[in-house]
Design a protein around this ligand. Structure first.
Ligand SMILES: NC(=O)c1ccc[n+]([C@@H]2O[C@H](COP(=O)([O-])OP(=O)(O)OC[C@H]3O[C@@H](n4cnc5c(N)ncnc54)[C@H](O)[C@@H]3O)[C@@H](O)[C@H]2O)c1
Length: 263
């Protein structure tokens, strides 16, 4: 049986995770490789991304690491060149990098505000700016998947973060229109409260974790693999007629009103 991304080359940003944890980027890179893609694992954290490489190679998948800060245009250009020089083409760009924030506009510093917008939104513009021409040149098109958040659909006190993730939706849809004629599809995923190292570890008590689980009508805990499977579909040719969609992967959380969420 051939994999759903057989023959394709993918870049996954934020492909690292702490320890043996499964962040959204690591889970997606692992899933892409299992389905036959050759994957460039991009992260600024060398140790974190090495862990992902070890996992993929342990399953006889094909991948390589690339250390980059995706807020740096030069790094983004070199990242694309590295993928194309190594494997001769570029089919998929998965923009997963994102950082959190807390607080209202009154509480937030300008520096934090600007940092969150740069890491969460401008980075996707920069990676896409360099990737799209190479996707067109080497593969005749391709697929871009951007990671937004349900915080963009239902904000609740993470204002800089929610704003940046709303911009990711607008960016996705504008790019979908701009590059449809290039054969490039651009979609985004809005993960709900999935359990990853970003939110887990010592950042959450068992009670908070349980409250997150109960917040969805399905009452199951979302994992990074739930996000990865959605990304796989959108990146694959199975989604050839789909562009500009905003796909919540949240167990139905966004369907609930806040007062009913833990009832
Ligand atoms: N975990 C959740 O519940 C949740 C919910 C909604 C959306 N998301 C989104 O999913 C994405 C990934 O989340 P995660 O929980 O897997 O995060 P994570 O923190 O576990 O992983 C993110 C990775 O990105 C890397 N990174 C950060 N800034 C970078 C930069 N400038 N350049 C290169 N690499 C950089 C980090 O080193 C890290 O390895 C984010 O966009 C996040 O906003 C997560």
């Amino acid at each position: 049986m051939t994999g759903r991304l057989e023959g394709k080359v993918a870049i996954v940003t934020g492909a690292g995770a702490r320890g043996d944890g499964l962040g959204n980027g690591r889970a997606t890179a692992l899933t892409f490789a299992r389905e036959g893609a050759r994957v460039l694992l991009v992260d600024r954290d060398e140790e974190a991304v090495r862990g992902t490489l070890t996992m993929i190679e342990g399953e006889r998948g094909e991948a390589a690491t690339f250390i980059a800060d995706v807020t740096d245009s030069g790094d983004c250009a070199r990242m694309v060149t590295a993928a194309v020089e190594r494997w001769g083409r570029l089919d998929v760009l998965h923009n997963n990098v994102g950082i959190g924030s807390r607080g209202s506009v009154v509480e937030e510093t300008e520096e934090t505000w600007e940092r969150v917008q740069r890491v969460n939104v401008t980075s996707m513009m920069l990676t896409s700016k360099h990737a799209i021409p190479e996707m067109v040149r080497t593969a005749g098109g391709g697929a871009i998947v951007n990671i937004s958040s349900i915080s963009a659909l239902r904000p609740r006190g993470l204002t800089a973060y929610s704003t940046s993730k709303g911009a990711v939706i607008a960016l996705t849809q504008a790019m979908a229109v701009d590059h449809a004629r290039d054969g490039i599809r651009v979609n985004c995923i809005c993960p709900g409260p999935v359990f990853t190292p970003m939110v887990g570890g010592d950042r959450m008590t068992p009670e908070q974790r349980e409250a997150r689980r109960l917040a969805s009508p399905l009452r199951i805990e979302g994992t990074a693999m739930d996000v990865a499977h959605a990304a796989l579909f959108l990146a694959s040719d199975e989604a050839r007629y789909i562009t500009g969609v905003v796909l919540p992967v949240d167990g139905g959380v966004t369907l609930m009103s806040p007062e009913r969420s833990t009832a």
